[in-house]
Write a protein of this length. Structure first.
Length: 153
C-alpha cells in the first residue's frame, strides 16, 4: 500500500537505522526487492488464517498465490523474520493453527498473538480471546512444524 516503500527504506538505511517491516505478504515483488537490496533488517508477516481461507478473513475474494510466494520467500531467505497470527476464539481453532503451522513448516519463529478486545478499531466486534489453556495447546501443535513458537499476550 505504501507506494514509495523502497525509496523510503533507502533513506532510512542511509541514516544507519535498522528497518523492521510489518506486512501481510500481499506483494512479494516488493518484499523481494527490499530483501535483495538489504533494505530491511527484520520482517514480521501476519498470517490471518489458513491460506485457502483468506477470503473468509478478508470478506472479499483474494488470490492466495502472492501470500504463498511471500511465505516461501521468507522461509528461503537469510533475513531475520517472524510469522504471526492473532488468534481469535470462534474464528480460529486448534485445527486452524495446525494448518497455518504446516504452511510455514521449518520457519524460524511463529508468534501466536492473543486477540485483545480492548484494542479494536470497531468496538462492535464481539470476538473473544483464546483461554491460556487453548493458547498452550495451540503452541504445542505449532511446535510440531515450526522451530520456535511463542505466545504474545
Amino acid at each position: 500500500m505504501q507506494k514509495d516503500l523502497v525509496s523510503f527504506c533507502e533513506k532510512v538505511k542511509s541514516m544507519w537505522f535498522l528497518v523492521k517491516l510489518d506486512t501481510n505478504g500481499r506483494d512479494p515483488k516488493i518484499l523481494k526487492e527490499l530483501i535483495d537490496k538489504n533494505l530491511v533488517d527484520y520482517i514480521a508477516m501476519d498470517i490471518k488464517h489458513e491460506i485457502w481461507k483468506f477470503n473468509l478473513s478478508a470478506g472479499i475474494e483474494i488470490d492466495e498465490k502472492p501470500y504463498i510466494e511471500s511465505i516461501n520467500l521468507l522461509l528461503n531467505s537469510s533475513i531475520d523474520y517472524e510469522f504471526r497470527t492473532t488468534v481469535i476464539d470462534g474464528v480460529h481453532s486448534l485445527e486452524t493453527i495446525e494448518n497455518i503451522s504446516k504452511s510455514i513448516t521449518w520457519a524460524k519463529n511463529y508468534f501466536l498473538q492473543n486477540y485483545s478486545w480492548w484494542n479494536t478499531l470497531d468496538p462492535k466486534f464481539d470476538w473473544k480471546s483464546f483461554s491460556p489453556k487453548k493458547l498452550e495447546e495451540s503452541k504445542n501443535i505449532a511446535t510440531k512444524y515450526v522451530k520456535n513458537v511463542w505466545i504474545r499476550f
